[in-house]
Write a protein that binds this ligand. Structure first.
Ligand code: INI
Length: 167
């Protein structure tokens, strides 16, 4: 008879479980924010800064870097990471399908570029760029009924910065 839970196949306990906490004290965070669709991105920025401050990041430790559009975000983020100016970088932008024929291109290149900065430099680089069909959807995600993507991105940045220190 086959034993369902033999000694061999029984799941083993992890030796160590590691996870990041939302620690803001002493952390340096850079926010790279696109001016394109600023009517939305400044609300993402507010949400992001508010969340960082609530978790103990000091205002002097937050740098805000404006770029023309989402496509320029990875270039600025990479430079910040390369110069070791931050423990985490939050990238904020808003791409609206209705407004552009090159929506897919902007979304794909921005997402790819942001992910690449994180992977190549080891500095957590968080994608807080809205990619939506309409302005209304953007408004919903910039501080109204669907929350604030900038605030969510701030939490991800704090968690990842803390996680990397623990690994
Ligand atoms: N940039 C955005 O951040 N959002 C957009 O919706 C957008 N549209 O619609 O084109 C956009 N385009 C500009 C782009 O990011 C660059 O700034 C531009 O192509 C210059 O490189």
């Amino acid at each position: 008879m086959t034993r369902l839970h033999s000694q061999k196949s029984a799941p083993r306990r992890a030796r160590r479980v590691v996870e990041g906490h939302f620690v803001g004290t002493g952390r340096r965070v850079a926010i790279v924010v696109a001016r394109f669709n600023e009517i939305i991105t400044r609300h993402l920025l507010e949400g992001c800064q508010g969340m960082l401050l609530r978790h103990g990041v000091s205002p002097e430790q937050i740098d805000v870097v404006w770029v023309p559009g989402s496509l320029e975000i990875p270039t600025a983020a990479r430079e910040i990471a390369r110069r070791k100016r931050a423990d985490a970088i939050v990238c904020l932008g808003c791409v609206i399908r209705g407004e552009t024929a090159h929506y897919d291109h902007v979304c794909r290149e921005t997402a790819r570029g942001v992910a690449e900065v994180g992977r190549r430099t080891g500095v957590p680089t968080i994608f807080g760029v809205l990619t939506v069909d309409t302005l209304e959807q953007a408004i919903e995600r910039a501080g109204s009924k669907m929350g604030n993507k900038g605030a969510e991105a701030a939490l991800a940045a704090l968690e990842m910065a803390d996680l990397l220190k623990r690994l």
